[in-house]
Design a protein around this ligand. Structure first.
Ligand SMILES: [Zn+2]
Length: 128
């Protein structure tokens, strides 16, 4: 066997193994997270996600310069303020369970709770 070819194949194998274990590690970290995740999307694209068990405030830069202020507190998420005219999203109040969502139609903002036990792969939307 050509020694050079062998080494090249070896290297490819090592890279493949390294990539595979990295993907597995990310997967384990992601799916074993305690509690749910608050996923924010604007105009159908995921822009940010936060763990539901960590208190935080985030200004969602929505569609065409709109704003929605998200607050996560005590394991619940809600919008404290928004630039939309109807304020329906603010009036929706708190969400805390998997599958619940707050939708702001004028700003095209969706705040959704996603659980840790989902079988479908969420990486495609998260990595955008
Ligand atoms: Zn709104």
């Amino acid at each position: 066997m050509d020694n050079k070819t062998f080494k090249k194949n070896d290297l490819i194998l090592i890279i493949c193994l390294a990539l595979a274990s990295a993907v597995m590690l990310i997967g384990i970290t992601f799916f074993s997270k305690d509690g749910a995740t608050v996923v924010i999307s604007v105009d159908g694209k995921t822009v940010k996600s936060f763990p539901l068990d960590t208190d935080t405030t985030y200004n969602i830069g929505g569609f065409h310069g709109s704003t929605n202020i998200l607050e996560i507190k005590d394991g619940k998420a809600h919008l404290t303020d928004a630039s939309c005219p109807d304020k329906l999203c603010v009036n929706m109040g708190y969400i805390s369970k998997e599958g619940q969502s707050i939708i702001c139609l004028p700003n095209k903002v969706v705040v959704e709770i996603k659980g840790k036990t989902k079988d479908n792969n969420n990486f495609d939307t998260i990595s955008e």
